[in-house]
Ligand binder design. Sequence first.
Ligand SMILES: Cc1cc2nc3c(=O)[nH]c(=O)nc-3n(C[C@H](O)[C@H](O)[C@H](O)COP(=O)(O)O)c2cc1C
Length: 435
Amino acid sequence: MKILVINGSPKGKYSITLQTCNYLKKLHPQHEWDTLFAGQQIRSIEKELTEWMAGDRQTLCPTLQRVQEADLLLFSYPVYTCLVPAQLHRFIELLKLSGVDLRGHCATQLCTSRHFYDVTALRFMEDNAADLGLRMLDPLSADMEDLQKPVGQLQARQWWQLIEWKMAGMPAVQPSQKRVIIVADLAPDDEELAQKISSFRALLPYETELFNIRDFKFTSGCICCFNCSKGGKCSMPDGFDTYLREQIQLKHDSIVYAFRIKDHSMGSLFKLYDDRQFCNGHRTVTHGMPQAYIVAGDLSREENLRTLLISKGEIGGNYLAGIMTDQASLEVGAKQLVWALETRYTKPSTFYGVGGMKIFRDLIWHMRGLMRADHKYFREHELYDFPQKEWKASLFTYLIGFMMSNKKVRRMMGNRISEGMIAPYQKVIDEARPE
Ligand SMILES: Cc1cc2nc3c(=O)[nH]c(=O)nc-3n(C[C@H](O)[C@H](O)[C@H](O)COP(=O)(O)O)c2cc1C
């Protein structure tokens, strides 16, 4: 593949995001990698494209030629104030103005940030890629320190594997024995949803089970009695807590939900099912299990519902293999679910997951006297990641702060501060070996 990394960071070669691209480049030397410093060199690119647009446009200018010749455009950028840096924004603006034909070309995006509104930046790129006719593949939104950690390195490698698989046309993956359950709110006369469920089951190379929540005799919805807060035992006599754990969560590798859109949601019965999951408190008990949704109804008009479906997976640590509304999306979703199950795909959470878990973390800590089962789980799973525990890293920022605030020291240091910032990433790259 010819890959053009469009580096949108104004920091140029000192970009932290670019280090992940460099890491992938080191692991995959079989590809042809090229980097366009769009963020740092936006003024000269602007001049080049403006002059080209004013000319006869017989042949493409060098920058547009690099863009058009690439098999894959890899937008690499930091999240800046909930979007992308202005320089990258300008580059996209220029691409659109130039009228360069990128229809059908493939692109993907890799960003780093602290996950504060990374979701809006990702969506901004997706929407603009769609304007350009680009086929946008899955993004990687990493924390700026992720590459320094083994799990972050694994997620970068897994993401790249996914991109290569997609670029190769998503060939069939050798299936092992996995168990998938479809939890549905299926009315007896809903032939459309029934048809979608059976198509999906036929597409999967696994045995699947169907659980229609209409068949379960719920006593009532959650009444917030907090009986479950100590040991997870629900006070309702219908046995749903045991059924949920033993028949749905523990027995399966993936849960797929199927529903018809009602009142801009999954319907009141699914809401009852979700509320009753409060017997698991704020414990992410299905963490790592990929999930998907089969939907009947017009989802294109339901932005809030779509956000909700995405957020649920993000908070629970579940890879969302697809929100499937028609035959084409069922086929893609089934392939992606198999891929995720067989490769044990994990990805970093976005703002929805990271932000949500920080709120839960503080809430559980505050209410640990009452929410004992949650408190135990958070302690055992090291989810109390309060920043004040990282005193060494905090101390380091004081050192950097001192150097940055002192003009003389800053002048003396020159580029060494930027070099120091990327040094731990450089070490990871140096130690990486081609896969
Ligand atoms: C102007 C500016 C705005 C930023 N805005 C955000 C933000 O909205 N959300 C976030 O999580 N991080 C934000 N950051 C942090 C950067 O996204 C983060 O440091 C990133 O990893 C830098 O990548 P780079 O070294 O490739 O430029 C901001 C940084 C700057 C300088």
